[in-house]
Design a protein around this ligand. Structure first.
Ligand code: HEC
Ligand code: HEC
Length: 420
């Protein structure tokens, strides 16, 4: 291009810019404010924000380091929703209810006093649900706490549990085993994978919670003690649903050998968005192969069978997961010429819960690549890797012509999650 041409192009650009600026100021003077302009023509704005949101979520799903950028996007969208009072605008609400629901839910989880991602503050949640998530007193005796704190003394801890079982009725037997997690460390020690899980039966008729109490176990020879103890409890809710409640506790090891226990959050040690991983409420146990001793292998099956009794997981009034939309694999996916799968056949709100955003890549990829999912399929590792890629792609795609599951739903182009 010669110099004159270049200059002309430059002049043309300035001309376009001037016209655009004129148009924009004309628009805002016609409609009064940017909010009025947005409300009069919401499609353009929503389209852009939906793309930004889905891209940011996808990036964070793949890379922990993208969490900050994701936060910026959510906060920015939520701030416009608030400033323009879009939730109070009937036209907007009627057109984009899913978008409003998701943004509001995700923005709340960004607040420092809502680390659990629930509709109430963490403080209120723990105050209101204490009765469901207390660690049973018989697991808090000094002798048991001492034995359960180290790998070396785990057999003693189990012997104590067996003694307890001798005094409990057959319906009330504690089910327990130790294993290594293939998914995550403890909140206080990301390199600690050993666990002792104790399932404490509840009573559905009396609505007493069934408690899954999990102790982090200090590795053999390790100096620093693992502190975490987690509780998830299941309580029968209305309409054959199961309400699930969460709490983490930390042990404090005194110099004299005394071990005290307090809530992790109460100790100022923060908390996690439990529901982002616990889509089915309580999670099945899929341990590292070979990490469970032979005698205890049947117990892994036993607790996983028990898990299947808690259908239709709910988080009480603290989270409405339908506001997070349909999940991964809501569409039918062809695996090979004679096999297809739809994850949402089982992973939907009235069975195991939708695998929707926010979700954890470690768990999803582990279940697919580790051979557990899709349920009952025999696939090669290549087929599994390909299926996983397709599932993630189909969920997060922002292609205008072929939008993915999340984008379609946000734009109101696909049905809300219901039982299929
Ligand atoms: C990053 C994902 C993730 C988060 C966040 C998470 N969990 Fe879990 N949790 C798991 C997985 C996966 C299992 C199944 C055992 C395993 O593979 O480690 C599990 C198992 C458990 C168990 C044993 C019973 C069961 O459901 O299998 C308890 C108790 C528990 N978690 C409590 C909590 C609490 C309380 C929180 C929030 C403070 C929480 N978890 C947050 C992934 C997570
Ligand atoms: C026929 C029913 C069915 C189908 C279809 C199915 N699942 Fe599952 N899914 C289950 C059951 C049952 C469990 C509990 C398994 C256990 O005990 O280990 C489970 C557990 C899981 C878990 C761990 C628990 C949780 O809620 O996070 C993940 C992740 C998962 N499935 C992903 C998938 C994906 C992805 C697909 C589609 C490729 C799929 N599943 C298809 C029945 C199904």
């Amino acid at each position: 291009m010669n110099q004159l041409g270049f200059l002309r192009l430059g002049a043309f650009r300035i001309f376009v810019l001037a016209i655009t600026t004129l148009l924009i100021s004309a628009t805002s003077s016609v409609f009064g404010s940017p909010c009025d302009a947005l409300k009069a023509k919401p499609d353009v704005w929503v389209g852009g924000q939906v793309n930004a949101l889905v891209l940011a979520a996808h990036a964070w799903y793949e890379r922990d380091s993208a969490e900050r950028a994701y936060g910026v996007v959510i906060d920015r969208i939520a701030s416009t929703v608030r400033k323009c009072a879009l939730a109070d605008d009937k036209n907007f609400r009627d057109r984009y209810p899913q978008f409003l629901d998701l943004v509001t839910t995700l923005a709340l989880a960004r607040r420092p006093d809502h680390e659990l991602g629930f509709t109430v503050t963490d403080e209120t949640y723990f105050a209101e649900t204490r009765q469901y998530v207390e660690i049973p007193a018989f697991l808090l005796t000094p002798a048991f706490l001492r034995a359960v704190s180290r790998y070396e003394t785990l057999p003693q801890a189990k012997a104590m549990l067996r003694q307890l079982n001798a005094t409990r009725s057959s319906a009330d037997q504690l089910i327990f085993f130790s294993y290594e997690s293939r998914h995550l460390g403890t909140p206080d020690n990301p390199d600690s994978f050993r666990r002792l899980l104790i399932v404490v039966p509840g009573n559905a008729d009396q609505r007493t919670p069934e408690k899954w109490v999990q102790f982090g176990i200090t590795d053999p020879g390790a100096r620093a003690h693992v502190r975490n103890i987690s509780v998830v409890s299941a309580v029968p809710g209305p309409d054959s649903t199961t309400n699930v409640y969460f709490k983490d506790y930390f042990r404090t090891y005194g110099r004299t050998g005394a071990i005290t226990i307090k809530g992790r959050w109460e100790l100022g040690e923060g908390d996690d968005n439990c529901a982002s991983c616990h889509k089915s409420g309580i999670l099945p146990i899929f341990p590292v192969a070979g990490s469970v001793i032979r005698d205890e292998l049947p117990l892994v099956e036993k607790v996983n069978e028990r898990f299947l009794n808690y259908a239709r997981p709910r988080f009480d009034k603290y989270l409405d997961t339908t506001k997070l939309g349909p999940g991964l694999g809501s569409n039918v996916l062809q695996i090979s010429s004679n096999q297809s799968v739809q994850c949402s056949e089982c992973h939907h709100p009235n069975k195991l819960g939708s695998l929707n955003w926010p979700m954890d890549r470690t768990i999803i990829s582990s279940y697919i690549k580790g051979g557990q999912m899709p349920y009952g399929f025999r696939l090669t590792s290549i087929e599994r890797a390909r299926l996983y890629r397709r599932l993630v792609q189909d969920y997060f795609a922002i292609d205008e012509a072929k939008p993915g599951i999340l984008k379609s739903w946000l734009l109101g182009k696909s049905r809300t999650p219901e039982s299929p």
